[in-house]
Design a protein around this ligand. Structure first.
Ligand code: NAD
Ligand code: UFG
Length: 355
C-alpha cells in the first residue's frame, strides 16, 4: 500500500503493503489489539477515539511495546469538524470500531445508541468521501443474526437483531451496502465478530470494561482477582448438552489478524461483503468457566441463577466464507484465550486505571 491514495487506486487504496490507516475506536478492546497487529505489520496509524470507553494508556503501551508509528486524535467521530483533521494527510484505509456496544444499555437508552452508532458511521463515510478514501473495514457483530435456529450461522442467514444495539449494527451494514452499491469505487468489509475474549500474550493490553462487566470472560476474571464476589451463571435449563448457552469464543488476536486479512482482500475486491469472524466451535458457559479455572489454577466462586433476558440458547459461526475468501482462520483455542485473558488481568487487576 503506497500513500498516494487518489491517484493510484480508485478506492483510495493503492495496492498491498504498509500504509496509513485511520482506526476509529482504536483505544478500545478490539481496536487496541488490532492496532498492535497493524503496527507490527508496518502500518502507520491515526487512532480517533473519544475515550468514552477506551484508554489513552492502551495507545501508549502499544507505542512502547512496538516502537511503531501511532497517533491518537481524541475526537468524537460524530463531529465532522473534529474528525476531518485525521484525514488531512494521505490515508489508505479506515477501520471503524467506534461505537457503543452494551446490549442492556441499548434497551434502556436506545436514542443514545442510534445517535452515536448511526451518526458516527454517516459522518465517517461522508468525511471519507470528501477525502477520496473509499476502503473501509466495519466492526459488525453476530448480534445482527438475532436468535436463529439454523446453526452454524452463515452470512446469508436472515438478519433479525433482537435489541436496539443489534439494530444499529444492521442499519449501519445497510447504509454501507447502499453506499457501495451506488459507487463502485468503494471497497468495504463488514466483519461480524462472534465472542471476542483473551488479550495480547504480553499482558500489556487487554479488556478493561467500565463498571460491572456484561460479558462472561471479563466477569470471571474480575471474580478471580477479587473485584467481584462470585460469577452468576445465567441459566442451566437451556436445550443444550449441559443446559448452559453455547457461544463461539474467539481470541482477540485472531480477530485482529482477521482485520489484516480483510484489508489485504479489499485491495482487489470492490463492493461490500460480510464475513463472519468466529472459530466455528461452540462452547458452553460451563466449559468456558472450566477452561478459565484451569488457566487461573483454582475454582472461581459461582452460582447458577435464572436466565438473562434476551439470551439466545446457541450461536456459533460458519467461518468458511472468511477461510475461502480472506484466507483467514482462527488458530487459538479456548485454553489460550483463557491463559492470555488471565495473564492480562493478573498483571492489571484494576485494568488501565491507577491503583
Ligand atoms: P470498546 O468499547 O472497548 O471500544 C469501542 C471504542 O470506541 C472505545 O474506545 C470508545 O471510546 C470509542 N467510541 C465509541 N463511540 C465513539 C465516538 N462516537 N467517537 C469516537 N470514539 C468512540 O468495544 P470493543 O469491544 O472494542 O468493540 C469494538 C467494536 O466491535 C464496536 O463497534 C462493537 O460494537 C463491535 N463488536 C464488539 C463485540 C464484543 O463482544 N466486544 C462483539 C461484536 C462486535
Ligand atoms: N453469562 C453468564 N454470566 C455472566 C455473563 C454472561 O452466565 O455474568 C453467559 C450469558 O448468559 C451467555 C454467555 O455467558 O450465555 C455469553 O455471554 P456474553 O455476555 O459474554 O456474550 P453474548 O453472546 O451475550 O454477547 C456478546 C456481546 C454482544 C455481541 C455478541 C456476538 O456482548 O454485543 O457477543 O455474538 F453481539
Amino acid at each position: 500500500m503506497a500513500s498516494d491514495p487518489v491517484a493510484n487506486h480508485p478506492s483510495g487504496r493503492a495496492g498491498s503493503g504498509p500504509g496509513t490507516i485511520v482506526v476509529t475506536g482504536g483505544a478500545g478492546y478490539i481496536g487496541s489489539h488490532t492496532c498492535l497487529a497493524l503496527v507490527e505489520a508496518g502500518h502507520r496509524l491515526i487512532v480517533v477515539d473519544n475515550l468514552a470507553n477506551g484508554s489513552m494508556v492502551a495507545i501508549d503501551r502499544i507505542a512502547e511495546l512496538t516502537g511503531g508509528d501511532i497517533e491518537l486524535v481524541v475526537a468524537d467521530v460524530t463531529d465532522v469538524d473534529a474528525l476531518a483533521p485525521a484525514f488531512s494527510g494521505p490515508v489508505d484505509a479506515v477501520i471503524h470500531f467506534a461505537g457503543l456496544k452494551a446490549v442492556g444499555e441499548s434497551v434502556e437508552h436506545p436514542l443514545a445508541y442510534y445517535r452515536n452508532n448511526l451518526v458516527a458511521t454517516l459522518t465517517l463515510v461522508e468525511v471519507m468521501e470528501a477525502h477520496h478514501v473509499r476502503t473501509l473495514v466495519f466492526s459488525s457483530s453476530a448480534t445482527v443474526y438475532g436468535d436463529l435456529d439454523e446453526l452454524p450461522l452463515r452470512e446469508d442467514a436472515p438478519l433479525r437483531p433482537v435489541n436496539p444495539y443489534g439494530r444499529t449494527k444492521l442499519m449501519q451494514e445497510e447504509i454501507l451496502r447502499d453506499v457501495a452499491a451506488a459507487d463502485p469505487r468503494w471497497h468495504m468489509a463488514l466483519l461480524r465478530y462472534f465472542n471476542p475474549v483473551g488479550a495480547h500474550p504480553s499482558g500489556v493490553i487487554g479488556e478493561d470494561p467500565a463498571g460491572i462487566p456484561n460479558n462472561l470472560m471479563p466477569f470471571v476474571m474480575q471474580v478471580a482477582v477479587g473485584r467481584r464476589d462470585r460469577l452468576e451463571v445465567f441459566g442451566d435449563d437451556y436445550p443444550t448438552p449441559d443446559g448452559t448457552c453455547l457461544r463461539d469464543y474467539i481470541h482477540v488476536m485472531d480477530l485482529a489478524d482477521g482485520h489484516l486479512a480483510a484489508l489485504d482482500a479489499l485491495d482487489t475486491r470492490p463492493g461490500c461483503r460480510a464475513w463472519n469472524l468466529g472459530t466455528g466451535i461452540a462452547s458452553s458457559v460451563i466449559e468456558v468457566v472450566a477452561a478459565a479455572e484451569r488457566a487461573i489454577g483454582r475454582p472461581v466462586p459461582k452460582a447458577v441463577v435464572g436466565r438473562r433476558s434476551g439470551d439466545a440458547a446457541a450461536a456459533w459461526a460458519d467461518p468458511s466464507r472468511a477461510a475461502e475468501e480472506l484466507g483467514w482462520t482462527a488458530t487459538r483455542d479456548l485454553d489460550e484465550m483463557c491463559r492470555d485473558h488471565w495473564n492480562w488481568q493478573q498483571q492489571n487487576p484494576e485494568g488501565y486505571r491507577e491503583r
